[in-house]
Design a binder for this molecule. Structure first.
Ligand code: BTN
Length: 243
């Protein structure tokens, strides 16, 4: 079967997210397509991306047949979407593997990254990009990622149909986005903080040191330093309780 057919299979029954799903064999980035095309809740999924991107402008390795690369476009506010996305993927992936939520915005299995999320905003539109490693064996990852990344199938030890995973992710995301629009980002943010287990952890970022209290809506750590609560959103942090 064409690898992409797996993604085209059955329709989903959601309110908003995935009310329209566009499936491509190849795009530069599903997030770019979701910015170009209109529709609140529009989902773009592709078998491969030629210029998939991650946080901080890093490339996102998106080979054909091996991952779930999708983006959802929204006309509503971005607040809370990153948390909703991470919790939705964690819940949707549970039949295959028990993933952990990891700050700043990853899902990991035994510390190895399975999924990354990217929230971008252009004008009134925001796009949540979700990249899930589904089928990769260690040799499928570039050498520099091999000891830091894994896939759902490697983690769980059983096959994963990307169409079934996509439907589970979109269904879970739809439910969470409806809750976000109803209740605002506060409850989702608190659930994410609990899931990530970051509260009261000690952290150092440059000259700043203190205890994590929470995160703000952008996902920055809110660190109690003794001189007030400071936001920290950088990759170069040290967890002092791991030293
Ligand atoms: C990260 O961990 O750095 C975020 C990775 C986000 C990757 C996904 S794959 C689908 C969507 N399209 C992109 O170009 N990026 C996101």
């Amino acid at each position: 079967m064409e690898t992409c057919e797996e993604l085209r299979a059955a329709p989903i029954d959601t309110h908003l997210v995935g009310s329209r799903v566009l499936v491509y064999d190849e795009v530069s980035s599903t997030s770019d397509k979701a910015f170009e095309l209109p529709g609140d809740g529009l989902v773009v999924v592709a078998d491969r991306q030629t210029r998939g991107r991650g946080r901080r402008g890093r490339p996102w390795h998106s080979p054909p047949g091996l991952g779930l690369w999708l983006s959802a476009g929204f006309d509503g506010p971005p607040a809370g979407l990153l948390f909703a996305g991470a919790l939705a993927v964690r819940d949707a992936a549970r039949p295959w593997a028990a993933l952990d939520v990891k700050w700043p915005n990853d899902l990991v299995f035994m510390g190895r990254k399975v999924c990354g999320l990217l929230l971008e905003q252009r004008g009134a539109r925001c796009v949540l990009g979700i990249g899930i490693n589904v089928r990769q064996q260690p040799a499928d990852f570039p050498p520099e990622l091999r000891d830091r990344a894994t896939s759902l199938e490697t983690a769980g030890g059983r096959p994963c149909d990307r169409g079934a995973l996509m439907r589970a992710v979109l269904t879970a995301l739809d439910r969470r986005v409806m809750v976000l629009r109803e209740d605002g980002p506060g409850p989702m943010l608190r659930e994410w903080v609990l899931a990530a287990g970051i509260q009261h952890r000690r952290v150092r970022a440059g000259s700043l040191e203190g205890e994590v209290r929470s995160v703000d809506e952008s996902g920055a750590l809110l660190v109690e330093t003794g001189a007030g609560l400071k936001p920290v959103l950088t990759n170069s942090i040290v967890w002092l309780d791991e030293e």
